[in-house]
Design a protein around this ligand. Structure first.
Ligand SMILES: C[S@@+](CC[C@H](N)C(=O)[O-])C[C@H]1O[C@@H](n2cnc3c(N)ncnc32)[C@H](O)[C@@H]1O
Length: 508
């Protein structure tokens, strides 16, 4: 395999895989969430690899041809036995998956998946590539002033938590598809000795020893991480995935661009080995380490979310792939809690490849700028206020004053109004004595609204753009939407009350 791989790579021209990352504005999630700056949109990420031609692959890769033939015979035999057609999917086995992944990696990336012990997870390449393409896009954004107020440079260092026996993410990340020919370094961590050994073999087989390092880390204790916010480095550090990566690669992780991971899905071995409902397929071939984590993928995500708070200055993007959409909303809210108001940005992606759909969740502690394309929410209430002056400061002061009056007179919520800067106002529900809303992680302050302004002047008027951000850990969407609508009407002076007043004044 290795020899033929090398020969082929020399002869073959690099194939260019096209990925598609949806336009954030166009692919909105139907369920409107209540946050503004936190970007509730779902971007669809897909790539051309789902259209791989099996016939073409089998003409180039004998191992694939053989496994495909075997699969077809199994399918035929099963159909004959059960006197009805047996599906392609239910006849896929470890060896077919491996041959397919090997062929795709070789053909499109000149990568050699030399080692993958039987019973270990064989990565579907199109799905893994989607995550890599998405990460590339996230980094493009976090290093651009178009998206973030203080963009971070790209340090060209990434960490894969739970890299597995294939080492698939670091392998893909080290190709030009991600690096664009730049020099990157990656660390992959894992708790599984055999997976580490196999990952190392794959690194060597591709001559990537100077680019990828894999490290064995301690497993997470049965109860999972502390799942509370810790910034103080002296506190006890539980051996959760981010913490162990930071310990083992402390120098490397001093400033990294991202953490990415495909975490174990299940919370118990039992759950992981249950036969799938709906067909007679076994669950994907996986070891216990690969499939089980305290609290399942939600537990893994919570550990990452809470740990990310500690390392917010050291890493630009924290991210993970999720198997269930239902996990997303809950986790998104958890991320919003730790980011706090007005800071950070959350991104969600749908990795869709054939029938397989997975979800990406990423967050950064960098603050997005209000003019960022990702901020332009469809259906959001970014609104413009026309003020009769050509003095910018006076216009902002006028809008601020209107917001303050609105907050004071609002009946159904008791709002406290703080002027954070001349262009930023924070409204928070007055509850218990919360000293600093922005730092108050537990978000006892349950409704907050942040407004930023940008200006344009035309004739004798100044147009002030207002971008509200609604955040609530307690109130439902309906209440927040009502608040949104009232805010626009009052500040813009476009509601019925203001129209009546205007009419009255005209009559006078
Ligand atoms: C679902 S597999 C993903 C493997 C590979 N990244 C992929 O996408 O195909 C999850 C991996 O996480 C590893 N793992 C489980 N707990 C971990 C922990 N606390 N720290 C690091 N890795 C862990 C497992 O051994 C396994 O290799």
């Amino acid at each position: 395999m290795e020899q033929s791989h090398n020969k082929r790579s020399k002869k073959r021209r690099r194939e260019n895989i096209k990925g598609a990352i949806g336009d954030q504005k166009k692919h909105r999630d139907e369920t409107k969430t209540t946050t503004g700056l936190h970007i509730p949109s779902i971007v669809k990420v897909t790539n051309e690899l789902s259209n791989v031609d099996f016939l073409e692959l089998s003409s180039e890769f004998p191992e694939f041809k053989e496994e495909w033939e075997k699969l077809k015979s199994r399918q035929k035999e099963k159909s004959r036995q059960q006197s009805s057609s047996s599906s392609f999917g239910s006849n896929v086995d470890f060896h077919f998956n491996l041959a397919l992944s090997r062929a795709i990696l070789d053909k499109y990336f000149q990568l050699n998946l030399k080692s993958l012990p039987e019973g270990y997870l064989c990565p579907p390449i199109p799905n893994r590539l989607n995550y890599v393409l998405w990460m590339k896009q996230l980094l493009k954004e976090s290093s651009s002033t178009e998206y973030f107020t203080k963009p971070r440079p790209i340090f060209r260092k990434g960490v894969d938590l739970g890299t597995g026996a294939s080492c698939i993410y670091p392998l893909l990340l080290s190709t030009d598809t991600f690096t664009d020919g730049q020099e990157w370094k990656f660390i992959g961590t894992d708790i599984d000795e055999k997976a580490i050994q196999s990952a190392k073999e794959n690194i060597v087989a591709n001559g990537l020893e100077t680019i990828i390092k894999v490290v064995k880390v301690l497993p997470t204790p049965d109860g999972g991480g502390s799942r509370t916010l810790i910034r103080n480095d002296e506190d006890t550090i539980i051996t959760t995935p981010i913490n162990t990566a930071m310990m083992e690669g402390s120098q490397f992780c001093n400033q990294i661009d991202f953490f990415l991971t495909n975490p174990p899905f299940y919370s118990t071995d039992n759950e992981a080995t249950n036969v799938r409902s709906g067909d007679d397929r076994e669950r994907t071939s996986m070891t216990s380490n690969e499939s089980v984590y305290p609290g399942g993928e939600i537990g893994f995500a919570l550990d990452m979310i809470y740990d990310s708070y500690r390392y917010q200055d050291k890493c630009t993007w924290f991210s993970l792939m999720l198997s269930k959409k239902s996990s997303l909303r809950f986790l998104q809210k958890e991320v919003e809690k730790i980011l706090g108001l007005g800071r950070g940005s959350v991104r969600i992606a749908e990795f869709s490849q054939g029938q397989m759909v997975r979800w990406g969740l990423a967050w950064t502690f960098l603050s997005p700028c209000i003019t960022s394309p990702a901020m332009q929410m469809e259906g959001g209430v970014c609104f413009q206020v026309k003020v009769e002056t050509n003095d910018k400061d006076a216009a902002v002061a006028e809008v601020s004053a209107r917001i303050k009056v609105f907050a004071k007179e609002l009946k159904f919520l008791c709002l406290k109004c703080e002027e954070v800067s001349s262009s930023e106002i924070l409204l928070s529900e007055q509850k218990q004595d919360v000293q600093d809303t922005r730092k108050d992680f537990e978000a006892q302050t349950t409704v907050c609204l942040m407004l930023k302004t940008s200006l344009s002047i035309k004739d004798d008027y100044t147009f002030v753009d207002v971008y509200p951000q609604l955040f609530s850990s307690r109130h439902d969407t309906a209440k927040l939407q009502k608040l949104e609508a009232m805010l626009v009407g009052e500040v813009q002076r476009s509601n019925r009350r203001w129209k009546r007043l205007q009419k009255k004044n005209e009559v006078k």
